[in-house]
Ligand binder design. Structure first.
Ligand SMILES: *Cc1c(COP(=O)(O)O)cnc(C)c1O
Length: 391
């Protein structure tokens, strides 16, 4: 297998202290050693099927499609995975690498708490020691997930620096990793960070796109016209998109969170509203926190950077990136719940909103696939707190 140098055009790379370089090289070696190892892939496939419940369905949303009155809308049901989102795909892939590198301590950062839950879950499954860093603000608004992590046996450490959200949690996790890299495995939650994380996370999440391709060919006998996914760090999106990148007839849209409006100063649309910068050890589009308050109604989307591969596809024009506001996402959240009996995560609701809007402009013979990255159970406290009048 040819080695990838870690750069997607000008993006990606590895901008880390000397002390981390060697550890990342070890990780890269382990990843390349096992990504084609029969025994490793067999074990991963076993847990995907018997533990996560893969493959996840590709569901034709009949009532939603009729309501919208345009293109056929399909939902890739990552919300049905064990633990409620796509994050478990990646957590399993990485923990099985940690096992093979004889590292017993796992650390991770989490925003919405979904990656923390996925990590705490696989640590329980394989008897690993688990520490989760989480912004203090997120600890509060994702109380339910914090409780789940603790039940699963993880140590949850609230981070109070700065805005006390995902970015600060990543900083603290990286700090821990630099100090303790000998016996610690940093289980990265999205397709971000220094090489080899973006390519590694993409590999584990690509199961989403591989299944989708097979399923749509079975159900429709052809490839879709559009793929839609929300973009925080970009892992569920790259997982769906990557297996279709060479299929030029398939258009793809990554949906970023416009928060209170792209010009409001409160959003987290790193590609649509950011500039090229180096953040957390890699080069990508990123937001300048002196100009923008990193914010989204969806805790899993409020990260100031984005995966380097997305930055690259944006620049070469292969993938389009657009934004959806909190308000639009909330409308889609209610619409999908009422029309299909599926309560989506607030993150996924951004993709649903964009997909509905897009489908309404297309003819009935077109096919739009929306990645339903997670379920809304984790968001119930937050939504109850909003005192939403439409309920
Ligand atoms: C974490 C999360 C996201 C955002 O992360 P990506 O890496 O961009 O996929 C989206 N949806 C859900 C349900 C999540 O938990």
């Amino acid at each position: 297998m040819e080695r990838f140098n870690g750069y997607f055009g000008q993006f990606g790379g590895s901008y880390v202290p000397e002390s981390l370089k060697e550890v990342l090289l070890d990780l890269e070696n382990i990843f390349y050693k096992y990504r084609e190892d029969e025994e490793y892939l067999k074990e991963l496939g076993y847990y995907f099927k018997q533990y996560v419940g893969r493959e996840s369905p590709l569901y034709y949303a009949n009532r939603l499609t009729k309501h919208v009155g345009g293109a056929k809308i399909y939902l890739k049901r990552e919300d049905l995975n064990h633990t409620g989102a796509h994050k478990i795909n990646n957590a399993l892939g990485q923990v099985l690498l940690a096992k093979r590198s004889n590292k017993k301590k796992i650390i991770a950062e989490t925003g919405a708490g979904q990656h923390g839950v996925a990590t705490a879950t696989v640590c329980a499954l394989f008897g690993m020691d688990c520490t989760i860093y989480m912004g203090a603000v997120d600890v509060e608004r994702q109380e339910h997930n914090v409780f789940r992590m603790k039940i699963l046996g993880a140590d949850v450490i609230p981070v109070h620096d700065g805005n006390a959200t995902l970015k600060e949690a990543v900083d603290k996790a990286l700090e821990d990793f630099v100090l303790n890299s000998k016996d610690t495995f940093y289980l990265m939650g999205s397709a971000v960070g220094p090489h080899p994380y973006p390519v590694m996370v993409r590999e584990f999440q690509s199961i989403i796109g591989k299944e989708t391709k097979k399923q749509i060919l079975e159900q429709e006998g052809r490839l879709p016209d559009y793929l839609i996914a929300c973009v925080g760090g970009g892992s569920n999106a790259i997982g769906l998109f990557y297996p279709f990148v060479d299929n030029k007839t398939v258009k793809m849209v990554g949906v970023e969170p416009a928060g209170k409006g792209i010009n409001s100063g409160f959003h987290a649309a790193s590609i649509s509203g950011g500039e090229v910068d180096i953040i957390h050890g890699f080069k990508s589009y990123a937001l300048d926190e002196s100009k923008v308050n990193i914010y989204s109604i969806a805790a899993g989307l409020d990260y100031p950077g984005v995966g380097p591969e997305h930055s690259y596809y944006k620049d070469i024009g292969r993938i389009k990136y657009d934004t959806i506001t909190d308000k639009e996402a909330m409308e889609a959240f209610h619409k999908l719940s009422k029309l299909e009996g599926i309560i989506p995560a607030l993150e996924s609701s951004h993709a649903v909103s964009y997909g509905i809007e897009l489908a309404s402009t297309l003819s009935k013979d077109k096919i739009v696939i929306i990645n339903l990255s997670g379920r809304g159970d984790k968001d119930m406290n937050q939504i109850m707190g909003m005192n939403n009048k439409r309920i």
